[in-house]
Design a protein around this ligand. Structure first.
Ligand code: URA
Length: 242
């Protein structure tokens, strides 16, 4: 079997692809000796660079080359998942500028008062696969409720509830009670305020909402609120597995 060789690319083009500004700005960074490639200072922006295991250092900050960006982020409370926010700061203000510059998007939105696992990417196909209900990828939420949870409510959530914008019922694919006012529920769709509306439909009310996992990928316990990291290939496999 032949292994496809990735073509080396000019350094300024690589920097541009990683979100370090316009091609001209990237060239100027190299001319100004602000860029290292695998530890070596380079002053020629047109130098062809191999992409395999490439580590850039731009203005003193290390940056592993990523053809596409796949990011896991721990969303804090009171941040909005859009660029044009209404009442709270944007989650994008918590990311390094190159990620924002390369137009990374949220993979499905969380409400401003929801915390937890938020994926981000600039790969449109990945975003679609993670969000389409057709792929059956479960999103797991830990839910704190105002009213006592009853087994009838859990049954209703599993059997399907009707929300006001769609006659098709909405199901929890899994739902278990953790405490008197706490359940863990998995859904595969991402309708607007879906969890809150499902709980309201069974006569309860969400007071805290936290997303802990997608597929078999759990948010890393050591990823603190507001922090991000690259997803590894193994993480991405877990996202797709059930
Ligand atoms: N469902 C909601 O109601 N809010 C979220 O943020 C995510 C799912």
């Amino acid at each position: 079997m032949s292994v496809k060789k990735i073509k080396p690319l000019p350094l300024d083009k690589i920097l541009f692809s990683q979100g370090f500004g316009t091609r001209r700005h990237c060239s100027n960074l190299v001319f100004a000796e602000r860029v290292k490639v695998n530890g070596a200072l380079i002053d020629n922006p047109e130098l062809l660079i191999a992409l395999e295991d490439l580590i850039l250092e731009v203005e003193g900050v290390e940056w592993a080359y990523q053809e596409k960006a796949y990011v896991t982020f721990h969303k804090p409370m009171h941040y909005e998942c859009s660029h044009k926010t209404k009442h709270h700061p944007s989650v994008f203000t918590l990311l390094p500028p190159p990620l924002v510059e390369r137009e990374i998007q949220c993979v499905g939105r969380l409400d401003q008062d929801t915390t937890g696992l938020l994926l981000m990417s600039d790969d449109g196909q990945f975003i679609h696969q993670m969000t389409t209900p057709k792929k059956n990828i479960g999103k797991v939420y830990k839910i704190q409720t105002a009213e006592l949870i009853t087994s009838a409510q859990i049954e209703q959530l599993l059997n399907g509830v009707i929300l006001d914008d769609d006659p098709k019922p909405c199901f929890a694919t899994q739902c278990s009670q953790e405490a008197e006012h706490q359940i863990v529920m998995t859904i595969v769709e991402g309708r607007y305020h879906q969890v809150k509306r499902m709980l309201a439909a069974v006569g309860n009310h969400v007071i805290e909402l936290h997303r802990s996992a997608i597929g078999n990928y759990q948010m890393p316990a050591d990823l603190l609120e507001g922090q991000w990291r690259w997803l590894s290939l193994q993480d991405i496999e877990k996202l797709y597995s059930r």
